[in-house]
Ligand binder design. Structure first.
Ligand SMILES: [Fe+2]
Ligand SMILES: [Fe+2]
Length: 175
């Protein structure tokens, strides 16, 4: 569960942002790192960093949109619409920052820091949960097929704890 940063709290990646679905967690870590870099940057360094961030945001939103469409995630429309609105703002501000209007860039960074925890909590976490459930179902299906194949060969059934476990080797995220 994520929470918005307080005024004293720096916007840095930590366990509180982890949602449990690795592809989303990885892209969220990149999001937080890039926003942090922009926050710390001097004005003349802002245009290239914001351009890099815009590339990240497009890939980030495309990934989540693709997951939602491919898996027919039921409440996908409002999530996809929110991504589109944020992407539009990023592109408009990039244009302004490229013309030296850095104050718009600073406002965007503040808004992103306010927006991300709430978006991750309310929309991305539901998607991550949905993707984890699908992964578990798929893993169970593979385990069942493997057990049937072993039985057919007259072998001992594998232990449930060793086949189809959703626990990753490093134990950090469930899927
Ligand atoms: Fe996200
Ligand atoms: Fe999202």
């Amino acid at each position: 569960m994520t929470t918005g940063p307080t005024t004293e709290e720096a916007f840095i990646w930590s366990d509180k942002f982890i949602l449990g679905y690795r592809p989303i967690d990885e892209t969220h870590e990149e999001f937080v790192d890039l926003v942090r870099q922009m926050e710390a940057a001097a004005d003349p360094d802002l245009p290239p960093l914001l351009a890099l961030f815009a590339e990240h945001a497009k890939a980030h939103f495309d990934l989540e949109n693709q997951l939602m469409v491919e898996t027919e995630f039921p409440p996908r429309d409002c999530h996809i619409d929110e991504h589109a609105a944020v992407m539009k703002s990023i592109e408009e501000v990039l244009e302004l920052v490229n013309h030296g209007q850095y104050a718009y860039g600073r406002s965007l960074i503040d808004e992103l820091i306010r927006w991300f925890p709430s978006h991750a909590d309310h929309l991305d976490s539901a998607l991550a949960h949905w993707m984890c459930k699908r992964s578990l179902r798929k893993t169970s299906g593979v385990a069942a097929q493997f057990a049937i194949a072993l039985n057919a060969m007259g072998e001992r059934q594998p232990r449930a704890s060793s086949i189809g476990s959703a626990e990753p080797a490093d134990g950090t995220t469930p899927c």
